[in-house]
Design a protein around this ligand. Sequence first.
Ligand SMILES: Cc1cc2nc3c(=O)[nH]c(=O)nc-3n(C[C@H](O)[C@H](O)[C@H](O)COP(=O)(O)OP(=O)(O)OC[C@H]3O[C@@H](n4cnc5c(N)ncnc54)[C@H](O)[C@@H]3O)c2cc1C
Ligand code: SF4
Ligand code: SF4
Length: 561
Amino acid sequence: MPYVVTQSCCSDASCVLACPVNCIHPAPGDPDFATAEMLYIDPDGCVDCGACATACPVDAIKPHTLLTPAEEPFLALNAEYFEVFPHADRAPVAVVPPQRRLRDPRPVRVAVVGAGPAGLYAADELLKHPELRVDVLDRLPTPHGLVRAGVAPDHQRTKQAERLFRQIEEQPAFGYLLGVEVGRDVSRAELDERYDAVIWTVGASADKPLHVPGEDLPGSLSATEVVGWYNGHPDHQDLAVDLGHERVVVVGNGNVALDVARVLTLDPERLRGTDIAGLPWAQLAQSRVREVVVLGRRGPAQAAFTLPELVGLVALAEQGVVDVVVETGGADLPADTPVGRQLARLRSLPTDPSRRRIVLRFLTQPLAVLGEERVTGLEVERTSLQPGPDGTLRAVGTGGTEVLECGLVLRAVGYHGREVADLPYDPATGTVPSDRGRVEPGTYVAGWVKRGPTGFIGTNKSCAQETVARLLDDLDAGLVGPPARDAADLGALLASRGVTVLDLSDWRALDAEERRRGAAGGRVRAKIVDREEMLRVAVEARRERVARPRYASRPKARSTR
Ligand SMILES: Cc1cc2nc3c(=O)[nH]c(=O)nc-3n(C[C@H](O)[C@H](O)[C@H](O)COP(=O)(O)OP(=O)(O)OC[C@H]3O[C@@H](n4cnc5c(N)ncnc54)[C@H](O)[C@@H]3O)c2cc1C
Ligand code: SF4
Ligand code: SF4
């Protein structure tokens, strides 16, 4: 009864260290670990101990007998990985690096800017050293970055990564300063003079433009904004998402495009119990959208979505939740690849005109967003694949055009980092240039701002570990700190600027209130989406905590004699 890794795997490799027989790969150190879409269990090596399932933060691992029909394809996918990369020549146990110790055990204080996965994994890695205290800052009153505001609401298992973040937050030397935008409320220099080192984990929150005429028309939006809207990100709650038309076109076919296509086509009842924001859910419940076309410039073999996401979509189509139509534009489906087989499976499924549908359309590129006052359509051109100078296949327009009538055009062609504070910035990649995370001694980066918007939640763990190793090198070499001022006065500085800063207890109170409101409606949580309300709820709870005596006097026990 081998165990099997399924769709919600976020590649953090926690299971690798738990496995007594080293049968989960690719593991850190394997050449393909950095680019892996998920990890796989070798069915021939697995001794069914279940340790990996306990270690997994997102419940991605199951014994094969407990797989649901939707998860069954993962049994073959796990086995197939080891047919291509046989296990026999691997080391018998996973490599566990020895715990490093600082040469000079003096107290060290590190600020981490950005409370997303990279920031929290960095904090966790730093807190393995008893000399270190870590303050994590975020511009929002809520932490957890894109796990809260990006991961799709129908992927609640993936959002269980927040349970792991909770454990990281509980460490005694961990602190939050939430609601603080570095670069606006406090400068980089003011942080630098208060901390031995600062790690920037601010993500990549902008989107790439299409560079076609009409993309600024009302009704032409970025998937980034729409994802933020339905996930309750306070910056995107006023977004005008017009769902009064039958067709939406999403340009780009990565996982974010599939997320948006699913959310726009799923029966709202399937989303009701999730953490989707309240008003967007109500709007989706009234939606007239019948079809979402997902455009890919290149062919099915070059599709940007990952295999686990495609398997999840196939399962929805098999269950009759939504129709998924594959239009290859004349290209052959890639034979003998797992993606090709999943697309062929989609093609073989019957469709039903009464159901909403997602069209995966390949070899098509956008030419112009059409409309006078708002979007009425998208002009597209067929493409063909030609080898570029470096040998990779590029999409080249064939001249054959058509108009897809639609009411919304969403661009999902990639995220891009913004310039932040006065850090060095590479506009081409949208990242802060660094040497394995070191910008200069005392200044470091991890996560999407370091390596660009690639990888999964867990990918940020090894990324943050690499960065923290550079920071520890610099501490050992005496290149950083001690700081000129005490970080303890940061709170007073921010208060003098009128910034309401939330700490861990405040976040716990806000979290509890969202869960309480959600439970009343049978939901995971009812997100508070207005920044002022978030602050109000947290501050009121703080007042109550302060007013409540820490140890309420208990009535004296009555004598039984
Ligand atoms: C739509 C979407 C869906 C995804 N779904 C999945 C999935 O299902 N599974 C999976 O494994 N991965 C998924 N990912 C990828 C995953 O979310 C990323 O790998 C991860 O969030 C990147 O982590 P990060 O910490 O670098 O950035 P982020 O998560 O973006 O965190 C950055 C944090 O920095 C804060 N910040 C920014 N600027 C400042 C500032 N000036 N001062 C203070 N704070 C600041 C932000 O508020 C944010 O909280 C998804 C990504 C997207 C975009
Ligand atoms: S069940 Fe045990 S042996 Fe099998 S993959 Fe998990 S940890 Fe390894
Ligand atoms: S999420 Fe992490 S622990 Fe779970 S299966 Fe994937 S790599 Fe293993």
